[in-house]
Design a protein around this ligand. Structure first.
Ligand code: PXP
Length: 243
């Protein structure tokens, strides 16, 4: 398997620690620098509407200091779109957002929210921001993405990550089929959510997938081995998957 698989590291959980005490540390720029030094391909961060971790100022600082690729996750709201258009990250990943959720739960409703998602996507695409839609591995949903005008999808792997046994295998097959279908539609396919040292290999082996976005596991692992080592271990899994 030849094609490369990139790693975007989601740094939200580093900032969760800072926000737990409102201290100046851990510093977000040090996080960006260490993630980039470890060889990650992109810095992913989610400016949530409730600002529970990443703050507006963080987004601007990361934009200034990021030397790889900044991937801003955001809800499909006018407020977030205006911020994104001011910050101008290379990539934006549009995600669904509920205030009470622990983390992003499932993909966008690209059918029910079609017009809203299309409006936000088109405003970003018009300024050359590469937009990705975080969606379920669902053919019906993927079929609507081209009409919305996003060039990329990020497949939600959280369900796969949480299942066991035959159900997990069936969800993996859904992700494989969805990836093939999306590429036939001319879309770039990324994936993420809930990926760890045990479940990433099977996802990374899907040849159509171009990028994984991983946060929680890497930051948890970093507590014991350091951020750079945690990222290197994950990259080894990803490289092995593509041998
Ligand atoms: N991709 C998207 C769109 C997400 O919202 C998140 C979580 O913020 C991730 C990837 C990373 O998920 P995790 O933290 O479970 O690795």
């Amino acid at each position: 398997m030849q094609n490369t698989l990139e790693l975007g590291v989601n740094i939200d959980h580093i900032i969760n620690i800072r926000q737990a005490r409102f201290t100046p540390y851990p510093d977000i720029i040090e996080a960006v620098q260490r993630v980039e030094k470890a060889g990650a391909d992109a810095i992913t961060l989610h400016l949530r509407e409730d600002r529970r971790h990443i703050q507006d100022a963080d987004v601007y600082r990361v934009r200034k200091h990021c030397t790889t690729r900044m991937n801003l996750e955001m809800a499909a709201t006018d407020e977030m779109t205006n911020i994104a258009l001011d910050v101008m990250p290379r990539d934006c990943c549009i995600v669904p957002e509920k205030r009470e959720e622990l983390t992003t739960e499932g993909g966008l409703d690209v059918i029910g929210q079609f017009e809203r998602i299309k409006k936000v996507t088109q405003r970003l695409v018009a300024e050359n921001i590469k937009v990705s839609l975080f969606i379920e591995p669902n053919i019906e949903h993927i079929a609507r993405v081209s009409e919305i005008g996003a060039p990329v999808i990020e497949l939600h792997t959280g369900t796969y990550a949480n299942l066991v046994g035959d159900e997990k295998q069936r969800e993996l097959e859904r992700i494989q089929l969805a990836s093939e279908f999306a590429v036939e539609q001319g879309l770039q396919v990324n994936a993420g959510h809930g990926l760890d040292d045990q479940n990433t290999m099977a996802i990374a082996q899907i040849p159509q997938i171009r990028e994984l976005n991983i946060g929680h596991y890497l930051i948890a692992r970093a507590v014991f081995v350091g951020l750079e080592q945690a990222i290197k271990e994950m990259q080894q899994i990803m490289q092995q998957a593509r041998l």
